[in-house]
Design a protein around this ligand. Structure first.
Ligand SMILES: NC(=O)c1ccc[n+]([C@@H]2O[C@H](COP(=O)([O-])OP(=O)(O)OC[C@H]3O[C@@H](n4cnc5c(N)ncnc54)[C@H](OP(=O)(O)O)[C@@H]3O)[C@@H](O)[C@H]2O)c1
Length: 385
């Protein structure tokens, strides 16, 4: 059983305005509602979305400030609410259980606070071979990969994957641009496990060995000027079919100039291009506010060949798929980790004297584009109890 005594109020990290320093606001600690669990949050991870929100005010209305932040949690269940009333399954979680998860808006509290109430379908029980520090690298971006595969690329993904299973498009090339990003690393592992045998990875050369070990069949370095020519030369000539050479592209970076522009040369009629929103028109820097585009059709007008199928991926809606809602985080994610099918990202622990400092330091690293093949993780509560 958990020995944590729950305080009446607790600290939460908030954005007060675009580009303002992060702040701490005090929140009431309310009991969990139907279908919710209450979690004492000890670890979280930062994601580029935090920067999009804090510096760009992405999807934040003026009346939403102070805007509480954070999408992923790792911690201990301290209370369990009444059974769900939204049709989701009751979960067998108890106070004292260690859990981690990704919380889309509307499914619970933002996670950069020491206590949260979240829908129990967002919780993955911590497998015995993992720490919470490792686990918080996983949920948001592994969920993103499943969402992108099913809703943006129309690729079959399922659980369990029986030995010998072959999806319909098993040998079709799938190009993952930004394969060393957190999402990209999970994408390579998931596609291999789901039976896709032709995963082409685009990442800095230093990551190629790792990516091959995880399942990439070919790797290209986006820093080389002729990377697009090299990718095109690698693809087999079309034989008889008028389908595209690369039917599936996942853009894990979604930068107008750095990734969309080169991809317009690769995508052809019929290529499905999944783009992890937002499209970044201008990256945030210390001197410059970022600019984003949420409509993939407007991101590069006139730049794509005819009938390229552009789809923006948004993990925030993954739970609209009932199969994902009921099974992805409660069952598939922990099983994939326990069975070693998916390995957590490398972690960089962000230090700081206070909760606010750690959140701010992580944000500054994201703004400086200081991440390569790793995930920023940090303590939320100062201690486990
Ligand atoms: N809409 C959604 O549901 C959703 C969900 C998750 C993420 N996202 C978005 O997806 C993006 C990636 O998120 P993340 O957490 O995976 O990012 P991340 O791990 O922080 O990305 C860092 C990586 O980006 C790679 N990179 C940077 N510029 C690149 C380029 N031009 N070409 C190829 N790789 C490049 C770097 O690779 P090297 O080390 O090889 O240089 C680095 O390892 C973010 O913009 C995020 O907001 C959206």
């Amino acid at each position: 059983m958990s020995s944590i005594s729950i305080p009446p109020t607790h600290p939460a990290v908030a954005s007060l305005a675009p580009r303002a320093p992060l702040a701490i606001v005090n929140q009431p600690t309310l009991p969990p509602g139907p279908g919710q669990i209450q979690v004492h949050v000890t670890w979280t991870s930062s994601t580029p979305l935090d920067l999009h929100v804090a510096d760009g005010g992405l999807l934040v209305k003026p009346e939403d400030y102070p805007f509480l932040m954070g999408g992923s949690y790792g911690g201990t269940v301290v209370a369990v609410g009444p059974p769900p009333s939204d049709g989701s399954q009751a979960r067998n979680l108890q106070p004292g259980d260690q859990v981690f998860g990704f919380v889309p808006p509307g499914c619970g509290d933002p996670c950069f606070q020491t206590y949260i109430n979240v829908s129990s379908f967002t919780a993955s029980p911590l497998p015995p071979n993992l720490t919470l520090q490792e686990a918080v690298t996983v949920s948001a971006n592994l969920v993103t990969v499943f969402q992108a595969a099913r809703t943006s690329l129309d690729l079959e993904v399922k659980w369990p994957v029986e030995a010998g299973w072959q999806p319909h498009q098993a040998s079709a090339p799938i190009l993952i641009w930004g394969a060393a990003s957190s999402v990209g690393l999970y994408a390579v592992q998931v596609f291999r496990h789901q039976g896709y045998r032709n995963v082409i990875a685009v990442a800095s050369e230093k990551h190629h060995e790792t990516l091959r070990a995880l399942g990439a069949t070919a790797c290209f370095d986006y820093r080389q000027r002729d990377v697009v020519d090299k990718i095109l030369a690698h693809l087999p000539a079309k034989e008889g079919s008028d389908g595209p050479k690369v039917p599936y592209i996942l853009d894990c970076i979604a930068s107008r100039e750095e990734t969309l522009r080169p991809l317009t040369r690769i995508a052809e009629r019929g290529t499905r291009v999944g783009i992890l929103l937002p499209v970044i028109n201008v990256h945030a820097t210390r001197d410059r506010a970022p600019e984003y585009e949420m409509d993939v059709e407007k991101a590069f007008p006139g730049g794509w060949k005819e009938e390229v199928r552009l789809r923006g991926t948004r993990a925030n809606f993954y739970h609209h798929d009932k199969d994902f809602r009921d099974h992805l985080q409660p069952e598939w994610v922990p099983a994939m980790l326990q069975q070693g099918i998916v390995h957590p990202n490398k972690q960089r622990v962000v230090e700081g004297q206070t909760l606010r400092e750690r959140a701010q330091n992580a944000l500054d690293i994201l703004r400086d584009r200081g991440i390569s093949g790793e995930k920023l993780v940090w303590r939320v509560a100062d201690s486990d109890n």
